[in-house]
Design a protein around this ligand. Structure first.
Ligand code: SAM
Length: 445
């Protein structure tokens, strides 16, 4: 990065970082901007350029490849990301005049060693693109191609969703993933009251059906505020509360949060049951467990964080009243928040994840007491990772029985999130929340 970065050079550096596998865009950019004196307006532009370029990659690449003589994947990654950044400004940002978008991108190319020689190419391609947006594939003749471009999602995912939801719903789902998501927080009842909170964050709106949950005004950045540092709130989408709600935790019970880090669902369990509930928070990743321990401490939860593998659990069999298994998944219900995830995932990941999820569910089941409940949840929309896993788990065994997870929700929430089979299912384009799936099973012997 240059000594005094501007929004565009910072965005480009973050995009190069993502392409090089250095991490996710948002934390990378936060780190890059941490010590800089970039004014707030430029800071906001840097985020918009980085996240927007990632979200709209599908339609940007389509536009660029119309004028390139080689596929984008054959270009140097730095050049590829720079062309995408320039194309985003041309095609998606009304407030940046085309000449400025082209000139600033060419200037960036000239000032960087890996792209210097390609400055002429950048100029030529972006100028052609500035003359007009190429027409996407025809909606009737090639609906998958049409939505891949206009909805900016990988082809394999569009194909899956089209078969499941049809054209209009898939278009809406893609559109939701391309919007900057709203920020929600849950009040920590152990550290703050509602009045307290509204004084700290004016303009926050209570979210219907989720007591203690507030929608923040657009652009409000809570993480930098003392309310967050002091554990008065936890930032999370309303849908993240559904698994804990279905499990109906009670004081006096002992619950295992089996894949716990960073602790969002653990917080919901205690928020609902109070401090009289005992929880053990297990996670395999020492790095994520450190964040979990920090959250437990900040939020004042009476939980024990344990680093360990659920497949080889450091607990005796049948020792928990209830278990919450929030399994690792493809995250296809959270693509609006995880902007790079759609491009990282591969179709074969779904099968591999489903295998892992079934193994984890089987291991977790050994730890539930007789009569106890096990909630299985993901933020995936894919049936193989959701009802597919639960169906395979239950197939042929008589010691566990399915219980309708939505039955524990109030009438309004059951209407919004209960599906025909009794499971809980949140779909971003229908429920206005992140995607989520929750199924409940009970040990009957
Ligand atoms: C979806 S995340 C959990 C999110 C968390 N429940 C929350 O609400 O904040 C899945 C977690 O499972 C953990 N994990 C993956 N395999 C595991 C295993 N074999 N045993 C325990 N934890 C595992 C990952 O490290 C990751 O933190």
């Amino acid at each position: 990065m240059t000594a005094r970065p501007d929004a565009r050079s910072a965005a480009w550096e973050a995009l190069r970082g993502v392409a090089a596998g250095k991490g996710d865009a948002e934390p990378l950019l936060r780190k890059l901007l941490a010590g800089s004196d970039l004014p707030p307006v430029e800071r906001r532009l840097a985020f918009e350029l980085t996240l927007g370029t990632l979200r709209k990659r599908g339609c940007l690449d389509y536009g660029l490849e119309r004028y390139l003589t080689r596929p984008l994947r054959e270009l140097h990654p730095d050049l590829r990301e720079l062309l995408r950044l320039g194309a985003y400004q041309l095609l998606e940002l009304d407030r940046v005049p085309a000449y400025a978008a082209v000139d600033r991108t060419v200037e960036l190319a000239r000032n960087f060693s890996t792209t210097r020689k390609a400055a002429g190419l950048v100029n030529a391609i972006l100028r052609r693109l500035s003359e007009g947006r190429p027409e996407p594939p025809d909606r009737e003749a090639d609906p998958v191609g049409h939505l891949t471009v206009t909805g900016s999602h990988p082809r394999w995912l569009v194909k899956r969703w089209l078969e499941r939801y049809g054209f209009d719903e898939t278009a809406r789902l893609c559109a939701v993933d391309n919007e900057p998501p709203e920020t929600f927080v849950f009040l920590n009842p152990f550290r703050a009251t509602g009045e307290d909170f509204l004084k700290i964050v004016p303009g926050a709106e209570a979210v219907e059906g989720f007591p203690g949950c507030y929608r923040l005004a657009r652009g409000a950045d809570l993480t930098s505020r003392w309310a967050y540092a002091q554990g008065k709130v936890y930032a999370a989408d309303p849908a993240t509360a559904l698994a804990a709600m279905a499990l109906d935790p009670r004081p006096g019970e002992i619950i295992l949060d089996a894949c716990s880090a960073p602790g969002g669902k653990l917080f919901h369990l205690h928020r609902l049951a109070g401090l009289g509930l005992k929880t053990v928070a297990l996670d395999i990743s020492p790095r994520r467990c450190a964040v979990l321990a920090e959250n437990i401490n900040r939020l004042g939860l009476p939980a024990a964080a344990v680093v360990g593998n659920l497949k080889l659990p450091p607990f005796a069999g049948r020792s928990f009243d209830k278990i919450l298994l929030d399994a690792p998944c493809s995250n296809t219900g959270e693509l609006r928040r995880r902007v790079e995830a759609r491009w990282r995932r591969r179709p074969e990941d779904i099968k591999a994840l489903a295998r892992l999820q079934l193994d984890l569910l089987t291991s977790a089941s050994r730890l539930v007491k007789s009569g106890g409940l096990l909630a299985y949840s993901t933020c995936s929309l894919e049936p193989e990772e959701n009802e597919g896993v639960v169906g395979r788990f239950l197939g042929g065994r008589g010691d566990f029985r399915r219980v309708p997870a939505a039955a524990g929700l109030d009438d309004d929430l059951r209407g919004r999130f209960g599906d025909a089979g009794g499971d809980i299912r949140a779909l971003p384009h229908r429920t206005g929340t992140d995607g989520a799936f929750v199924a409940l099973v009970r040990r009957v012997r």
